[in-house]
Design a protein around this ligand. Structure first.
Ligand code: AMP
Ligand code: GLY
Length: 423
C-alpha cells in the first residue's frame, strides 16, 4: 500500500513510525512532514490546508490510504474531498469533525444525550455573557468556540478576570473567528486523563490511557502550551473509571453522533476530568493527541493500518486492540521561550544516538532538514519517548535520553510523569 500522512508535528512522526512498521505498507508520503519524518517517509511540500493540491497528489501517486493527523484540515473537510475523489481516508468528515471544531456543538451534544460534562451556557453576544457572569460564581471557565491551537481556554478566578476574558475572546478576537461564539463553563476539579479511541461510525475501541502536561513550567506553572510531555498509562485511570466511561461516555458519544446524522470515523480523543462526582468530559478532539500519540502508539501491538482500514470499512468490531503491558514517557524538548517568542534554525546534535535503540524514540515536532543537517524549526522541537517496565523506569529512561541530544536554547520540564509518584 501507499500511504499519505497529512501533518508536520511529533504526532505525525509517531503515526508515520507506526505506519512504517505495517506489513502492508510499501511507501509512505507525508505532507508537509518535517526533518525527522523524512527518515521514514518521503516529505512533499504541500501544506495541510492546500486541499486541491493534496487531492491531486494523492490521485497522481495512486495513494491507497490518506491519514489526516491535524485538526484544521479535518474541521475544514479534507476527508470529504479525498473521499469525493475516491481515496480511502482515515479521519472524520467535516460534519463529524465539528465535535472538536465547535465547543458549543459538543456541549449541546453532551447535554442532549446526557453525557457527563461540566454545566455551561453558550453565548454569541458579549453583553449577554457579561450579564450571565455577573450573576455567576467563580472560578469559571471561558472557552472560545472554535479551534485555537489549544489556547482558547481561560480559567477566571474573579469577575474582573472573566470580564477581561470576554473582551479578549469575543471583542478583541484574540483567537480570531474561534471567538465568534463562547462557552462559559462550570469549573471542575480533579485529575485529568486522556483516552484516545478508534471509531468506525458505530463501534468504539479505546486505547490505553495517557496524561498530558499542558503548562510550560515545572509544577504546572507558566503558560498553556500544546503539551510539554506525556505518560501512559495513567495510574489514575482505574478499572472503575474505565467501566464508568465505557458505560456513560464512549459509546454514548459515538451513538449520539450517529443519531445526529454525523457518523464519526477516525479517532476521538476524550479529555476527561476525574471529578469527585465521577469522570466528566472536558473536551473532545477529533484526532490523536500531540504528544499523547507519542506515548500511546509505541505501546500498540496491532498493525495500525489494519486498524485504520477496519475503521474506514466499518468493521472495527473484528479488531482485537492490544497494548503492551509496560509504560512510556515522552519529554518534549522545546526552544526556550515557547509558547511565546523563541529562536529557530539551531543545529540539533546527537540524533544518531537513537539509532538501533529499540525502546527509545526521538519524535520530531519542529525540525527541518537542510543540506543534510537537522535544524530546529518550531517551539516544540523533539519529543523524547522511552518505554520501561513501569512508569518509573520509563521516566528514568526518557530523561536519560534527553541528554543524548543537544541544541542551543534547549528547554524541557523536569517533572513529566512526576504525578505518578503519588499514585
Ligand atoms: P481544553 O482545551 O478544553 O482541554 O482545556 C484546556 C485545559 O483547561 C484543560 O486541560 C483543563 O486543565 C482546563 N479546563 C478546561 N475546562 C475546564 C473546566 N471546566 N474546569 C476546570 N479546568 C478546565
Ligand atoms: N495534547 C493535547 C492535544 O493534542 O490537544
Amino acid at each position: 500500500m501507499k500511504v499519505l500522512i497529512v501533518g508536520s508535528g511529533g504526532r505525525e512522526h509517531a503515526i508515520a513510525a507506526s505506519v512504517a512498521k505495517s506489513k502492508k505498507v510499501e511507501k509512505i508520503y507525508c505532507a508537509p512532514g518535517n526533518g525527522g519524518i523524512a527518515a521514514v517517509a518521503e516529505c512533499v511540500k504541500i501544506g495541510a490546508m492546500e486541499f486541491d493540491k493534496l487531492v491531486a497528489f494523492a490521485k497522481e501517486k495512486a495513494i491507497d490510504m490518506v491519514i489526516v493527523g491535524m485538526d484544521d484540515p479535518l474541521v475544514g473537510g479534507l476527508v470529504d474531498e479525498m473521499e469525493a475523489a475516491g481515496i480511502p481516508t482515515f479521519g472524520p468528515r467535516k460534519n463529524a469533525a465539528i465535535l472538536e471544531g465547535s465547543k458549543a456543538f459538543s456541549k449541546d451534544l453532551m447535554k442532549k444525550y446526557q453525557i457527563p460534562t461540566a454545566g455551561y451556557e453558550n453565548f454569541e453576544d458579549a453583553d449577554a455573557a457579561i450579564e450571565y457572569l455577573k450573576k455567576g460564581s467563580f472560578p469559571v471557565v471561558l472557552k472560545a468556540d472554535g479551534l485555537a491551537l489549544g489556547k482558547g481556554v481561560l480559567i477566571c478566578n474573579t469577575l474582573e478576570e472573566a470580564l477581561e476574558g470576554v473582551k479578549s475572546i469575543m471583542l478583541d478576537k484574540q483567537f480570531g473567528s474561534a471567538g465568534n461564539r463562547m462557552v462559559v463553563e462550570e469549573f471542575m476539579t480533579g485529575r485529568e486523563v486522556s483516552v484516545l479511541a478508534f471509531v468506525d461510525g458505530k463501534t468504539i475501541k479505546p486505547m490505553t490511557s495517557a496524561q498530558d502536561h499542558k503548562r510550560a513550567k515545572d509544577g504546572d506553572q507558566g503558560l498553556n502550551t500544546g503539551g510539554m510531555g506525556t505518560f501512559s498509562p495513567s495510574p489514575f485511570y482505574t478499572k472503575e473509571v474505565d467501566d464508568f466511561c465505557k458505560k456513560y461516555i464512549y459509546q454514548a458519544t459515538v451513538d449520539a453522533m450517529a443519531k445526529e446524522g454525523r457518523e464519526f470515523k477516525g479517532i476521538i480523543f476524550f479529555g476527561l476530568m476525574l471529578t469527585p462526582n465521577g469522570p466528566k468530559v472536558l473536551e473532545y478532539n477529533a484526532r490523536f493527541g500531540d504528544p499523547e500519540a507519542q506515548v500511546v502508539l509505541p505501546r500498540m501491538k496491532n498493525d495500525i493500518i489494519e486498524v485504520m482500514e477496519a475503521c474506514i470499512e466499518s468493521r472495527l468490531e473484528e479488531v482485537d486492540l492490544q497494548f503492551e503491558d509496560n509504560a512510556a514517557v515522552c519529554v518534549v524538548l522545546a526552544s526556550d521561550g515557547y509558547p511565546l517568542a523563541y529562536e529557530k534554525e539551531k543545529l540539533i546534535q546527537g540524533l544518531e544516538s537513537f539509532e538501533g535503540k529499540e525502546d527509545y524514540y526521538c519524535f520530531h515536532a519542529g525540525t527541518k532538514l537542510e543540506d543534510g543537517r537537522i535544524l530546529t524549526n518550531g517551539g516544540r522541537v523533539l519529543g523524547i519517548t522511552a518505554k520501561g517496565k513501569d512508569l518509573k523506569e520509563a521516566r528514568k529512561n526518557a530523561y536519560e535520553a534527553t541528554t543524548w541530544v543537544d541544541f542551543e536554547n534547549k528547554y524541557m520540564r523536569n517533572d513529566i510523569g512526576k504525578a505518578i509518584d503519588e499514585a
